[in-house]
Design a protein around this ligand. Structure first.
Ligand code: SF4
Length: 355
């Protein structure tokens, strides 16, 4: 991208004089990190606060999911997971600890890799830990369809996928925190489409901008959102139109909905949100690890001092958690927000350190 354009946008952002405090929420965990990494955050005018939202799939996954995964692993099944989940503390352990004790936990880069594992070990059950938003759900659905096509009976997924718009709606309905506008996730929107966010304007009269991930995307989106807030406008703008279409990706949505259906889902710190989860349709129940493995799971518990729940509702910043950078570090995390590359605590620690 044109460096001169980036410099112009940066100058415009840093020279803004706000008429009052402005609080914007970035819903996407990747945006949390990118606002730091690109330096755009350091250009924010006085009075502009960027609040973290429920946009890190690993962070919003409740402990009960990992507890169940570990219980399934203890039956002898191979667990296949994205690397982000490995170090996340569960109620009583973590996948990394269980792996060190002998559980077969394999890091994969796609659900299809997990399927390949199931082909490699035809005499073992392979369970893919399906955690993610709408961005990854079509790939997971495609793996289930492929497994059915190949009549593979040793492959299943533990469904933990979530839908982001219901979570944003839940935050707005709760009204616990003042949010003047939203920076919306580019990757998720590429699947679900720009239209999926119209409710924020229609029902809550808040402005929002769908943003990409380059420095100029972040600058342009922040400028557009601030201008709308300052002018009292509420529109849903698409600043990432080179990737995000109004109707999203119909093919990906069709595959996703062929395999999954909407259901209530529990989000860490928020609780159960109607229609915010994706569960396997009945016709795919043979591939549902929750149904396949009748395991006993101890009641889930959270670390009493971890404040990930409040963080994911936009109530506090990572640095307001008393454990941040002290008892909770990326190498020895207390909560998921310090583990995932999309976790707000991990992003703050990586780019800002302890101050
Ligand atoms: S710093 Fe650690 S303990 Fe505190 S909210 Fe973040 S992940 Fe939880």
């Amino acid at each position: 991208m044109n460096t001169a354009l980036v410099q112009t946008l940066a100058r415009r952002l840093s020279s803004i004089h706000l008429t009052g405090e402005v609080r914007i929420m970035e819903v996407c965990g990747t945006h949390t990190a990118e606002f730091f990494r690109t330096g755009v955050r350091s250009l924010f005018p006085a009075g502009l606060s960027l609040i973290d939202g429920p946009g890190c799939p690993v962070c919003v996954t409740p402990n009960e999911f990992l507890d169940r995964a570990i219980a399934i692993g203890k039956t002898g099944a191979i667990l296949a997971t994205f690397g982000d989940l490995l170090k996340v503390p569960s109620s009583y352990s973590s996948l990394a600890k269980e792996k060190s004790l002998g559980m077969q936990v394999e890091v994969v880069y796609s659900p299809m890799d997990a399927l390949a594992l199931a082909e490699q070990y035809p005499d073992r059950e392979v369970v893919f830990l399906s955690v993610g938003f709408e961005t990854t759900a079509p790939g997971e659905a495609a793996a289930v369809l492929r497994a059915r096509e190949k009549a593979m009976h040793n492959f299943s997924i533990l469904p933990g996928n979530k839908r982001t718009p219901p979570a944003v709606k839940a935050l707005l309905d709760a009204g616990e925190v003042r949010i003047d506008g939203f920076i919306l996730p580019g990757h998720v929107s590429a699947i679900i489409g720009a239209d999926a966010w119209e409710f924020i304007v229609r029902d809550y009269q808040k402005p929002c901008v769908i943003a990409g991930f380059e420095d100029f995307d972040l600058l342009a989106s922040a400028l557009e959102l601030i201008a709308m807030i300052e002018q009292g406008q509420a529109e849903c703008r698409n600043s990432y139109a080179r990737v995000v279409k109004k109707g999203g990706n119909p093919r990906a949505m069709e595959i996703m909905h062929r395999v999954f259906e909407n259901a209530p889902s529990v989000w860490r710190g928020i609780g159960s949100i109607p229609e915010s989860g994706l569960v396997l349709r009945d016709e795919f129940s043979d591939f549902d690890a929750e149904k396949k493995f009748a395991v006993d799971v101890m009641p889930a518990k959270e670390h009493p001092s971890c404040r990930c729940g409040e963080l994911l509702r936009g109530l506090i910043l990572p640095t307001e958690c008393p454990l941040y950078g002290k008892a909770c570090l990326p190498d020895d995390p207390v909560g998921p927000c310090m583990v995932s590359s999309e976790g707000p605590c991990a992003a703050y620690y990586r780019y800002q350190g302890v101050r």
